[in-house]
Design a protein around this ligand. Sequence first.
Ligand code: SF4
Ligand code: SF4
Length: 400
Amino acid sequence: MNYRKLGSIDWKVSALGFGAMRLPTKKILPRVDWEESIKLIRYAIDNGINYLDTGWIYGLGASEKVIGEALKDGYREKVFLVTKLPMFLVRKTEDFYKYLNQQLKSLQTDYLDAYFFHALSRNQFNKVKELKLMEKMEEAKEKGIIKHVGFSFHDTLPVFREIIDYYDWDLAQIQYNYMDTAIQATHEGLKYAHEKGIAVVVMEPVKGGKLADPPMEALEIMKKASTQRTPVDWALQYVWNQPEVGVVLSGMGSKKMVDENIESASNSGINSLSEDDNIIISELAETYRKNILVQCTACKYCMPCPSGVNIPENFAVLNNVAYTGKKGGMSFLINRRYKKLVNSRKKLNKEYPNGNASLCTKCGECLEKCPQQINIPEELEKVDAILGKGKKISEFYHQN
Ligand code: SF4
Ligand code: SF4
């Protein structure tokens, strides 16, 4: 494992951090498999990972509790542990301690190495100011419950700059990968935070798994590279190559993923990519931009939908259609995947959301929740037209 500087914090951080958002789940239901998750977290720590990131809603609320169990037997002291205040649930100032105390209890610890405001956007940042939550953060820091203060971010560069300038933050967590250098906090934002001595934590280095599953055109580009890498390795190396990046989070759901990512981390380095590598990455980014129709990262923040629509699955199927349209010959598999979703409320599964796009009533409940600012009902309407009614993609999206 390679270790890196974590901004101005006195902690040599593993290049790879464990993002506990996508823990192993039981086979049928999307519920966290506790036993497997505990084993996996400990395995990652035993193999050099020393940064652990979680959140109130991760694993449908189970992630913090599982981590609490995994960090028994001396594991707690080995990691830099971070969780986040669920901003979308905070209504009043007192909620700060209501959630923090519950999180400490779930995590079975009396301190956090860092506490973040979760998913700050313009609106959530206004809430931080209106409810004077910064003062609460400082108070908790003085009490020693929180060692460092940070935020995770989903909005645009001007908002990012404003937040950075607002406080003397220790850490900032941003979405960054070779496709997203000009959206969200952007590459400029990454540099801006770094110049201020803030540790930058990168999430979504593989864009919610999308860069791990390349269209044929992207595979062809990778094949011609002088250094052969897996799609995931290309994505990760791009992020580690940036001197401004502290730790890169990966949501690892299996031992195989941990092993592969650790191997990548061991081969990583600042400014270690060649000129040829950088050309390949620019070509890959260009290809992906043409092929991804809806920029959904499958974070599931929009779920549950009151009408039972499985929002990320509908977008995943549509994106796959765009990919396979170019690969050819796979459309029957895609159709089968879409047909597994139902178009009638009577057929909805109570345990697991399985509704297709046609069930969206445009209630708008999901709109505020999407960190990618996707107009979900509008995009679902297109999914229904294309996958449900057989319309052509080109009627709704421009593909080169
Ligand atoms: S707008 Fe559609 S997808 Fe969003 S919550 Fe309402 S019914 Fe569900
Ligand atoms: S639509 Fe938005 S909130 Fe929902 S899973 Fe996709 S990225 Fe996340």
